[in-house]
Design a protein around this ligand. Structure first.
Ligand code: BG6
Ligand code: MG
Length: 215
């Protein structure tokens, strides 16, 4: 079916907050002497905050209570938000903005589908509050990626069936979520390297080359 909307993941696709996630988790892991590196970090892409913590604690010799885990997650999020507050609209790359504008200029609806509860803050920092036709994020879902819920909700907000939506993802878990939602998936970054998408792109700008053929 002809494409009508593109649903973008946020962290690692629209902006490079994935590096801030890494730095904040690294500081948290160091504080409890748990080994953490970029390989483990790649497993956290698209995964909710508490599920990410569980993955990091697989390497811990200490067993933490639920209350202690909540404190550790909050510790990470407070540091992460300090990084987010440094973001300005200048951090939105020209490549990303140009791509979004070309797609919209072709008549496509644009949405966000992110597991992050910090999505409203990030969009505000980037100057993108109100830019997207729909924002489905970690505040409105019960199950995070690879569950398809966040993308199903985004399509619902747009009033569109999944077959006319293309998901753009940097996470293998996110690509799986898009496919499970019944959508086509274009990948960049880590997920593209893993070949997780129907289209595996070197850069987000390549969307303007493939999308017209799908419309
Ligand atoms: C996703 C990130 O977008 O959001 C994950 O890829 C992150 O790494 C998840 O854990 C939840 O983010 P937040 O901001 O709600 O802690
Ligand atoms: Mg991502």
């Amino acid at each position: 079916m002809a494409l009508k909307a593109v649903i973008f993941d946020l962290d690692g696709v629209i902006c490079f907050t994935d590096e801030y996630h890494y730095l904040a988790w690294k500081a948290m892991a160091d504080s409890i002497d748990v080994p953490f590196d970029r390989t483990i970090n790649n497993r956290l892409r698209g995964v909710s905050r508490m599920a990410s913590l569980e993955i990091i604690l697989e390497k811990s010799e200490t067993v933490f209570s639920d209350a202690e885990k909540a404190v550790l997650a909050q510790q990470k999020n407070e540091l992460y938000k300090q990084y987010l507050l440094r973001i300005t609209p200048d951090d939105l790359s020209k490549e990303v903005l140009d791509t979004l504008n070309v797609l919209r200029g072709n008549g496509l609806q644009l949405a966000i589908g992110s597991s992050s509860k910090n999505t409203p803050l990030i969009l505000q920092q980037l100057g993108l509050s109100g830019f997207f036709d729909a924002v489905s994020d970690g505040n409105g879902i019960t199950h995070s990626k690879p569950d398809p819920e966040v993308f199903g909700k985004a399509a619902g907000m747009l009033g569109l069936p999944p077959e006319v939506c293309l998901v753009v993802e940097d996470a293998v878990s996110g690509a799986e979520a898009g496919h499970r939602a019944g959508m086509r998936v274009a990948c960049v970054g880590d997920a593209a390297l893993a070949g997780a998408g129907d289209y595996n792109l070197d850069s987000i700008a390549e969307l303007t080359g493939i999308v017209p053929g799908l419309m």
